[in-house]
Design a protein around this ligand. Structure first.
Ligand SMILES: Cc1ncc(COP(=O)(O)O)c(C=O)c1O
Length: 369
């Protein structure tokens, strides 16, 4: 099977072996070494001096953990949404009592620092800024560098900046400290080539100060406890031990390849996927610079619905892709080139799509007009 959905992504054989090994004591020495090693490796990819905490929970759990720790009910929040996952980040903030101003960018486009600047100027009470680095529902990579510059210019008036990097970190350059991000969240099943079940959070000094004074209730996600335990190579509660064993192996593979090579590979495969799909008659939702290096969202050619193509690809070719989300459900397919992916995997997905288009045409499902 060729798993090409934007997470969970395929696992290298060494990762599968490690994740399938006997479970170990999470209060023992071997686990302690594993957790510390993972955290140190993650820090290299986050490009940060801060501790990177490993939590047991999916990416959404990581987003919620970030919010409940820095938020006080009634806080003004600016949530920049470029698609489904931006909406989710905003919805979590609302669920915990934030007063959210949602800046909606049309799906398929990237946010602009100018509009964010205006929204921050219009409301000087904003205490938190939420952005999505890679919007997985639309295949858009938002450029964070101009946002970093904007926030630097605001000086002491700058809000705390939370970045959803669930489907970008590990595949893209995100220098957390240089850009002054305050909490950056990612998840194991995306570019990290690891099993689902873990989320990662790195937290700036400014964010730790806010965490101490924030009044939102928290228990399972209390990052102060996670930090206290992490210092001794443990987690407060039972962690997903097997997923962590897989992650440890995956991070070694990633360290061997190196971040610059990983970033270059993702860019190369994204353009391979984009030009291949274009040749097959698809449109591309994200245009130009903002095209995601980890997932491509392609507009369906006339006559075939995305859900139909997805179903046929699995049945006829053993290739698993995703359809669109929300308003894009039947309009786009999303094909991932995220994490463990070779140029041959990309070509195989394109070949499979072409084969299904041919059979669908022969069967008269697709109109040629
Ligand atoms: C950008 C982004 N944020 C958040 C999530 C939610 O992560 P999870 O499904 O692991 O809860 C996803 C998952 O696809 C995502 O792509």
């Amino acid at each position: 099977m060729n798993l090409r959905i934007p997470g969970p992504t395929p696992l290298p054989a060494a990762v599968r072996r490690a994740a399938g090994a006997e479970v170990i004591d999470h209060r023992g020495r071997v686990f302690e070494d594993l957790l510390i090693r993972c955290s140190n490796r993650l820090r290299e990819f986050y490009q940060t001096q801060s501790d990177v905490l490993v939590l047991t929970g999916s990416g959404t759990g990581g987003l919620e953990a970030a919010l409940v720790n820095v938020l006080s009910p009634g806080d003004e929040v600016l949530a920049v949404s470029t698609g489904h996952f931006g909406e989710r980040f905003a919805a979590i903030a609302r669920a915990f009592g934030a007063r959210v101003t949602q800046l909606d960018v049309p799906w398929g486009q990237a946010h602009s620092a100018g509009t964010i600047a205006k929204a921050l100027n219009d409301n000087s009470g904003i205490r938190l800024l939420l952005t999505t680095h890679n919007e997985t529902s639309t295949g858009v990579l938002n450029d964070l560098a101009p946002v970093a510059e904007l926030l630097e210019r605001l000086g002491s008036r700058r809000p705390l900046w939370l970045v959803d990097a669930v489907s970008s970190l590990g595949a893209t350059d995100l220098p957390m400290d240089k850009w002054g991000c305050d909490v950056v969240i990612s998840a194991s099943q995306k570019a990290w080539m690891a099993p689902p079940g873990l989320s990662f959070l790195a937290v700036s000094e400014r964010a730790w100060e806010r965490i101490d004074t924030a009044s939102c209730p928290r228990y399972y996600w209390d990052l102060r406890e996670a930090k206290r335990y992490a210092r001794k190579g443990q987690t407060p509660f039972t962690p997903a031990v097997s997923a962590l064993a897989g992650l440890g192996e995956a991070l070694e593979l990633m360290a061997d390849e190196g971040l610059p090579a990983i970033v270059a590979r993702h860019r190369r495969q994204a353009s391979q996927m984009r030009s291949g799909l274009r040749q097959l008659g698809f449109g591309l939702l994200a245009q130009g610079e903002c095209a995601s290096p980890t997932v491509t969202a392609a507009l369906m050619p006339k006559g075939l619905a995305a859900t139909d193509l997805k179903r046929r690809l699995l049945a006829e070719q053993g290739v698993v892709i995703a359809a669109g989300m929300g308003e894009l459900k039947d309009k786009v397919i999303r094909v991932a080139h995220m994490g463990f992916c070779t140029d041959q995997d990309v070509q195989a997905s394109l070949d499979a799509i072409e084969a299904v288009q041919r059979t669908a045409q022969t069967a008269g499902t697709v109109s040629t007009v």
